[in-house]
Design a binder for this molecule. Structure first.
Ligand SMILES: [Zn+2]
Length: 514
């Protein structure tokens, strides 16, 4: 069967979407999970765009072994040099250079003639080829580009040494039929087309990203670029999980193999949602909370009599099994460690000890520890960063009554190691906490977005809070989980502040130009 390469860009196109800012530890965690999922290529970031991106791409390239790791670069030497610095440790160094080719982008954005664009693309590919064995070149806004110009420039970059040609629908304008035909046209007209891989990259502005990607596969694309949960610029990118499962369930018509380990889909989707703070819509295909819920009586009756009456995908396929409870209040450290390993965590002794302490605390207060609780708890430890001095919540207490003025008292350990305690009022419990913490961190903080939700089911479920705020002029997203939503809120607030401090420390360490 024909093999289609899955190129995941969750950490680049996904991460650059509104409101997301992952730290390096979180990016590494996602990359390791993508490797487990079996994606062919992981686009880990845009190394020349910021020191934080550089560090993350570099660390991921040194960690991931079974997937190819790539970084995005503009068609300029400085970007290619920086990308090489970040990726030279990789098993198979791969670079993704791009340049816009549509008339509107060339004229208004690049302010370059088509001839100049061809020259710049060719030079960049030749230069990248000096370092990288694998060079992917993208025609940004390729779908809206002149067909003859595309043939010309692609022929030239292949001659210059490109190994993959990506023709994105950057603005999400294509229809499946047109996008598919574009690949047939390029395959037939580009000289050297048989020597390279063709790649599709679709955005979901008209809700057709997955359909367009599949059309490209049917018309000769060898690679599709997508993100977990479809996150990405504006309406997002094509959803990896939807493409992967569609290729599997309808193998009869598509006749392709993706190499994905579909059983890792649910976990990958949950991890990305948790770390980015981007919630998955309940009715989202494949990974939504309701994707396997049969609500109408007739449907439920049918499924009970014979599953396939209304169920085309089994929850087990994507790894959504109900895992029997294995840990409780009396479980020891060894059992806890085993469970963490089974769940795919690879924690240092120190982090494992901390996670175990958290687990014991939780087991005292909560009757059943579910798989989801463990996943939350272990992930929090896995992605925690220890070498930067940060704020830590020591305690929080809230006094609330319908007749009183809500008041919060909080104690924090500051990055300097001092313990500070303050109290403030607010029009509600949450505002009282925000007002108290704002004084404790001694800065102007604006709350842009705030959400709380439960992790899993039941009245004693963990509460998870996500906060998007502006601190010292920077936007940052924080999250945390706790037994109580108010505690989770306070921790999420400090987490957002801490993320900014971590970014600052990376910036201070590496004075790379942006
Ligand atoms: Zn894109």
């Amino acid at each position: 069967m024909r093999k289609i390469d899955i190129f995941d860009t969750t950490l680049r196109d996904g991460e650059q979407s509104a409101g997301i800012n992952l730290n390096t530890a979180e990016k590494i965690e996602i990359a390791k999970q993508l490797e487990r999922l079996g994606v062919t290529i992981i686009e880990a970031g845009f190394p020349a765009s910021s020191p934080g991106d550089f560090e993350a791409v570099n660390r991921i390239a040194g960690t991931v072994k079974n997937s190819i790791v790539t970084g995005l670069a503009r068609c300029v030497q400085k970007d290619i040099d920086t990308t090489w610095e970040a990726l030279k440790v990789a098993e198979q160094p791969h670079i993704h250079v791009f340049l816009a080719t549509s008339p509107i982008h060339m004229e208004y954005k690049l302010k370059k003639s088509p001839d100049e664009v061809v020259e710049q693309a060719v030079e960049a590919v030749k230069y990248a080829k000096k370092f990288f064995p694998l060079v992917q070149w993208s025609a940004e806004d390729g779908f809206r580009s002149d067909r003859d110009f595309l043939v010309r420039i692609i022929t030239e970059v292949i001659a210059a040494g490109a190994t993959t040609i990506n023709v994105p629908d950057t603005v999400g304008y294509a229809s499946p039929q047109e996008y598919g035909q574009l690949f047939t046209f390029l395959r037939e007209n580009v000289r050297g087309a048989d020597k390279v891989k063709f790649s599709a990259h679709c955005h979901d502005d008209l809700g057709m990203a997955v359909a367009n990607s599949i059309a490209a596969i049917q018309h000769g694309a060898d690679q599709v670029e997508c993100t977990i949960n479809g996150i990405g610029e504006r309406a997002g990118n094509a959803s990896l999980e939807e493409i992967g499962v569609a290729m599997h369930i309808r193998k009869d018509i598509y006749q392709v193999e993706t190499g994905l380990n579909l059983k890792e889909i649910k976990r990958t989707s949950q991890l990305v949602s948790r770390l980015t703070g981007v919630v998955i819509q309940p009715n989202k295909a494949v990974v939504g909370k309701n994707a396997f819920a049969h609500e109408s009586g007739i449907h439920q009756d049918g499924v009970l009599k014979h599953k396939e009456t209304y169920e085309i995908i089994s929850p087990e396929l994507i790894g959504e099994e109900v895992v029997p409870l294995v840990l409780g209040k009396h479980s020891g450290r060894a059992a806890f460690r085993d469970r963490a390993i089974t769940m795919g965590f690879d924690l240092s002794d120190d982090k494992l000890n901390k996670a175990f302490q958290e687990f014991k605390k939780l087991a005292d207060r909560k009757k059943e520890i579910t798989e989801e609780d463990l996943m939350t708890l272990l992930t929090e430890q896995q992605v925690s960063i220890e070498d930067v001095p940060l704020y830590e919540l020591k305690s929080v207490q809230v006094s609330y009554g319908t007749e009183n003025i809500p008041t919060a008292t909080a104690s924090v350990i500051t990055p300097e190691g001092a313990v500070k305690t303050l109290a403030a009022t607010g029009s509600g419990s949450v505002e009282a906490i925000f007002n108290t913490l704002e004084q404790l961190v001694n800065a102007k903080v604006n709350i842009l977005d705030f959400r709380v939700k439960s992790v899993g089911k039941g009245r004693d479920a963990l509460g998870e809070a996500v906060i998007n705020l502006r601190y010292n002029g920077f936007t940052s997203t924080g999250r945390d989980a706790a037994q109580d939503v108010l505690e989770a809120t306070a921790k999420a607030y400090l987490n957002a502040i801490n993320r900014h401090l971590i970014q600052e420390s990376i910036r201070a360490k590496q004075p790379t130009e942006v």
